[in-house]
Design a binder for this molecule. Structure first.
Ligand SMILES: Nc1ncnc2c1ncn2[C@@H]1O[C@H](COP(=O)(O)OP(=O)(O)O)[C@@H](O)[C@H]1O
Ligand SMILES: [Mg+2]
Length: 306
């Protein structure tokens, strides 16, 4: 990197190898599964009206892996809830496969940070829950549930109960349950946020493996830059107050991905870019606010703290 460049001017994250460029050309040629059109969402709160999302326009393609990143309170969870149909929009709309969303539906599955398994049901019964809703025959549903548990590497634990599992395993069951319903879009709101770093790294690898084997489009919310760069095809960077798109970044890091790429030039270029977008350098006139406070000495010689 040319050190004369400021972080905001550094465009090295836009450089793509021929293989990565070809991958993005193919991705953009795939059908649009999810579209946000002039999406706005406002809340009435004690502080008055809060604009959580403002004029968000995004298109996500079939089998794309999109990460959404931005500072706390910028509207990431609101975006996920609006896509899920759990939160009405104030303006604009969400389309899934070209059809406007008017409420929750089996075409969108969700995995949250908290473990949402039913403690009184076995893992197979938990996963079947999504299938049972669709009126499958008993034996067919059980077989399918066990196949989904196989896919997330928990086939041996099909008859165990949630309390017997670690946090990472519970999240794998939650992913299996969400996928069992056959969603077009899997929405994940900081799903690994409560896991220790080692388990989290394992879950990231598992999720990439699962995604390779399932025809599903993933919208994954995180506030961890490395997690976003490791997982995503594109990263939607939101700014706060109101939540607006700062940039939709094509990640130039080749696949297959692994933490061994954390220190590659492509990875570091994206990290610098996101950092510059989320923590922009202050405007010249703004610098005054960051000047150190003048410290006035109020003590007398002789009463210094030891
Ligand atoms: N149900 C609600 N009522 C009032 N304000 C809300 C509600 N949900 C979210 N907000 C506000 O909308 C903004 C975005 O929130 P959220 O989507 O949870 O952000 P993030 O997930 O990025 O941290 C915040 O200012 C938050 O206080
Ligand atoms: Mg949130």
């Amino acid at each position: 990197m040319n050190i004369a460049l400021t972080a905001a001017e550094d465009r090295s994250y836009l450089v793509q190898s021929p293989a990565v460029a070809a991958r993005f050309a193919a991705l953009h040629a795939r059908p649009v599964v999810l579209e946000a059109e002039h999406l706005g969402c406002e809340f009435d709160s004690e502080r008055g009206r809060v604009t959580a999302l403002h004029d968000l326009n995004v298109r996500v393609h079939r089998r794309e892996f999109v990460c959404v990143i931005g500072p706390s309170g910028c509207g990431k969870s609101t975006f996920a809830r609006v896509i899920a149909g759990l939160q009405p929009t104030t303006s604009g709309r969400i389309l899934v496969d070209g059809r406007p969303v008017s409420g929750p539906g089996p075409d969108r599955g969700m995995v949250f940070q908290g473990y949402t398994l039913f403690p009184w049901l076995s893992l197979a019964q938990n996963v079947r829950f999504g299938l049972d809703m669709q009126g499958r025959a008993e034996t067919q549903a059980d077989r399918e549930a066990r196949q989904w548990l196989e896919l997330v590497g928990l086939g041996k634990f099909a008859d165990a109960y949630p309390h017997q599992l670690s946090g990472g395993m519970k999240q794998r069951v939650a992913i299996a349950r969400a996928l069992a319903a056959g969603p077009r879009i899997l929405l994940m709101d900081e799903p690994f946020g409560a896991l220790d770093p080692q388990t989290r790294a394992q879950m990231q690898a598992h999720l990439l493996e699962i995604w390779r084997n399932v025809d599903v489009t993933i919208v994954f919310i995180t506030h961890d830059m490395d997690e976003a760069i490791l997982l995503a095809d594109r990263i939607l960077v939101l700014k706060a107050h109101p939540g607006e798109v700062r940039e939709f970044i094509e990640v130039p890091v080749p696949r297959p991905r692994s933490p061994a790429q954390f220190s590659t030039p492509e990875f570091e270029a994206v990290r610098r870019r996101i950092d510059a977008l989320i923590h922009p350098a202050p405007e010249p006139g703004e610098l005054a606010r960051h000047e150190p406070l003048p410290i006035v000495r109020l003590t007398q010689a002789g009463d210094d703290v030891e």
